[in-house]
Design a protein around this ligand. Structure first.
Ligand code: ADP
Ligand code: MG
Length: 479
């Protein structure tokens, strides 16, 4: 350790005090000591009075601590908290127990810390700092491995073992409801378990964009960039929504490069292959493909049955084999829907005295699945969007009247707006050409095909700011 390390620790603590409310600060940071810098100033070494202090700080205040350190030690990337010498053994255990008691008495719970942080960061656009946004429900332990996801699960587990160096980025795509979000958050939990001091952020791409947008309006995009380029593991969900958001893509490009250079792991999910992303710059698409691109396939009935049985077991529900088979046969597009069915069964059973699901009860629950449903209905249900919403959003952005796009007005803006509707209904809602024709007052399906093709061409050639317009439209109807 270099003896020329200048000690800015008192300043770091002062800054930290301004971020963390009084009682929390005293409880957790008064015993934290600076030991020096390592690795040419890239690593800071601190000591904490107990293992409990160390873990609590790493879990709850990781981001604040890192930010405060970086303010005065901008070169620091790694943070190591050791346990203070001489505090180990019996003394430490006593200390831990006392700390735990104090924490419990004070009820320093995650929520309390969050609320306090919220108060301070009320006008802020960045995520609550001590949160990695991982949902505790999404772990490897309860992710059922099937033929349709096995390959991708193995890659994801590989990433946990060799974070940042094996597949970076890892890009996972699949249709909705097949476990992408669950899987990448499971990676987050597993990484955190191995190393609680790592800075992990999970962020859906629309939230990511909104944060960027707010940073932009405040003229602080550098802060946004610094925040995300200092993480160890960045999990960006549903990257398809960045289509058409050019300024944001530019920032993401820089963040990607900064993280990648430092071997910081990035994982993306998307509803489609990088190559099929619309309105995304080529240089980003090519980076998405740098590491490993993989997918989760549509589960077959056997896969669904495995997942169903696992979930039933966890819920303590016992069904007859033929009942489980019927569910697996009918609800096989999407695991989220399968969970919906299980929840309904749970609700019914909670009112039954003999705790057995009757065949009639099951058929009632499965009623929506017994009719042949179309893909598009699924899209409406899961994305909560419908043709009306799409038309409304398009009209807003193009500033045209709905009657005009439904009618035969041939003005350029109206015609383009109409074709955008066709295209979104096809691409996002999965509607068939004849169905789209029907929503447009019985237009012939060949008209719709022509319109969708024409718009696709505009998108590919980036004509008329079309990508930005579509980006805006999507933002409206997705909210
Ligand atoms: P996606 O992000 O691909 O839309 P999610 O990860 O949100 O899908 O999954 C939808 C739901 O299904 C979640 O509640 C998730 O826990 C569950 N799920 C998906 N795949 C599995 C699996 N293999 N094992 C257990 N649960 C799963
Ligand atoms: Mg998801």
């Amino acid at each position: 350790m270099s003896s020329t390390n200048f000690n800015y620790w008192p300043q770091v603590l002062d800054y930290l005090r301004s971020k963390i409310p009084g009682s929390n600060f005293t409880a957790w940071f008064s015993g934290l000591e600076f030991k020096g810098l390592n690795n040419e100033g890239r690593k800071i070494v601190l000591t904490a009075p107990s293992d409990f202090h160390k873990k609590y700080i790493e879990k709850k205040f990781n981001v604040e601590l890192r930010e405060s350190i970086n303010k005065f030690y901008p070169k620091v990337i790694h943070l190591e908290i050791k346990i203070k010498e001489g505090e180990r053994g019996a003394k430490k255990q006593v200390q831990d127990a006392l700390d735990l008691k104090v924490a419990e008495q004070r009820k320093i719970s995650q929520t309390e810390v969050d609320i306090e942080n919220d108060k301070e960061k009320i006008a802020s656009y960045l995520p609550r700092k001590n949160l990695n946004n991982l949902n505790p429900k999404y772990t490897f332990e309860n992710f059922v491995i099937t033929k349709s996801n096995e390959f991708t699960v193995n890659l994801a587990k590989g990433v946990v073992v060799e974070l940042g160096t094996l597949y970076n980025p890892l890009f996972i795509h699949s249709p909705v409801g097949l476990g992408k979000t669950h899987l990448i958050q499971a990676v987050g939990h597993a990484v955190l378990e191995k190393n609680p001091s790592l800075n992990i952020k999970y962020v859906p791409s629309d939230t990511f964009f909104n944060q960027f947008y707010l940073a932009l309006t405040k003229g602080e995009t550098h802060k946004f960039r610094d925040f995300y380029s200092s993480v160890d593991l960045l999990l960006v969900d549903d990257i398809q929504f960045i289509g058409g958001k050019e300024g944001f893509q530019n920032q993401l490009f820089h963040i990607f490069n900064l993280l990648h250079q430092e071997n910081k792991q990035i994982i993306f999910t998307s509803d489609r292959n990088p190559k099929d992303l619309i309105g995304v710059e080529d240089r980003l698409v090519s980076r998405f493909e740098w590491g490993m691109v993989t997918d989760i396939q549509k589960p077959d009935q056997n896969d669904i049955l495995l997942i169903l049985n696992d979930k039933l077991k966890r819920a303590g529900i016992i069904l007859k084999d033929e009942q489980a088979n019927l569910i697996a046969e009918k609800v096989n597009d999407n695991i989220r829907e399968l969970e919906g069915v299980i929840n309904k069964i749970k609700a019914v059973l909670s009112t039954e005295i003999d705790k057995e699901l009757s065949q009639r009860g099951l058929l009632k629950i499965l009623e929506p699945y017994l009719d042949q449903k179309t893909d598009s209905k699924l899209a409406y249900d899961t994305k909560k969007i419908n043709p009306e919403k799409v038309m409304d959003a398009v009209c807003k952005v193009y500033m045209v009247e709905k009657d005009d796009i439904l009618g035969s007005n041939r003005k350029a803006a109206v015609a383009e707006a109409r074709q955008v509707c066709f295209w979104i209904m096809k691409q996002e809602l999965g509607m068939s050409f004849p169905m789209i024709g029907k929503s447009f007052g019985g237009r012939d399906h060949s008209t719709i095909i022509h319109g969708v093709k024409k718009l696709q061409k505009m998108i590919d050639n980036r004509e008329n700011n079309i990508n930005t317009k579509i980006g805006l439209i999507k933002q409206i109807f997705q909210n």
